[in-house]
Design a protein around this ligand. Structure first.
Ligand SMILES: [Zn+2]
Length: 268
């Protein structure tokens, strides 16, 4: 108190510094805790990066294949993973693998094309189309591969694709032991980091799986048979054009009437 000069004219002159000092003292432990947390985060990230870089491409590939083998029924779809260059052309072509079961569009070349904005009609800025008999390669193919998330049906449950690091480690004790050996403090976090680094976490291109909505869940039904349409592809905007970053683009089709399709968009 003695060091704060009191002004006889304005008592606020004395109160304001006092309040500020009190607030700073109250906030100090939180700030320190935040700094400690940030430091630990940076340290553990650096440690995980070092572990990741020590793994051979073969071992990484084995881990991905091990996860894929955790299913007890064939996968209904896949994700495109791996390092791929960002196309600047506004065009993204993907060859749909023939292995997707009950999928009339399997084997086709799907193209997502940025067609520009039309604010008045709110038209989807991405158009999807199939190119048949056109032997171009996947534009995202450099170093990329398909990842087949394991499909599991346990007991009487409906079953579904497993996309959870914790469940992978629970289902594969060998993977869990390897992660504990590599990073005893944070085995699950390490595996999450590894899967993200190989591209499984990014989920930029989904084929045949369930759509992942950012904001609103929407259901598309076939106008012909009124049955729910199936997701053909979901592509992250930034994989098509940098101006589409923050958007997700969807292409649906009817399994019974494969020529009937619908597209959709969702922004975060
Ligand atoms: Zn239909």
């Amino acid at each position: 108190m003695c060091c704060i000069p009191a002004s006889p004219n304005d008592p606020a002159n004395a109160i304001v510094p006092l309040v500020l000092t009190a607030l700073a003292l109250i906030a100090l432990p939180q700030v320190l805790r935040f700094v400690r947390m940030l430091r630990n985060l940076i340290r553990s990230h650096a440690a995980m990066k070092a572990v990741f870089e020590s793994l051979t491409p073969d071992e990484l590939l084995q881990m991905v294949s091990r996860v894929e083998a955790l299913g007890n029924e064939p996968s209904r779809g896949c994700l495109l993973i791996g390092k791929h260059p960002r196309p600047a052309t506004g065009r993204c072509s993907i060859s749909i693998p023939t292995e997707i079961p009950d999928f009339p569009w399997a084997g086709s070349m799907l193209t997502a094309q940025f067609v520009g904005w039309d604010k008045q009609s709110l038209r989807n800025p991405v158009e999807f189309s199939f190119e048949k008999g056109h032997q171009t390669s996947t534009t995202l193919s450099a170093g990329a591969r398909f990842f087949w998330p394991p499909f599991r049906r346990d007991g009487k449950k409906r079953g579904g694709h497993v996309l959870s690091v914790d469940r992978y480690l629970k289902l594969a004790p060998d993977l869990s032991a390897r992660m504990a050996e590599l990073c005893p403090d944070q085995p699950a976090e390490l595996f999450d980091y590894i899967l993200n680094r190989v591209g499984i976490g990014s989920r930029e291109v989904r084929l045949g799986l369930h759509p992942e909505w950012q904001q609103t869940y929407r259901r598309h039904t076939c106008p012909e048979c009124k049955r729910p349409m199936r997701l053909i592809a979901q592509i992250t905007g930034s994989a098509i054009h940098k101006r589409l970053s923050g958007g997700e683009f969807y292409f649906f089709g009817c399994v019974t009437h494969p020529q009937i399709t619908a597209s959709d968009q969702d922004w975060d």
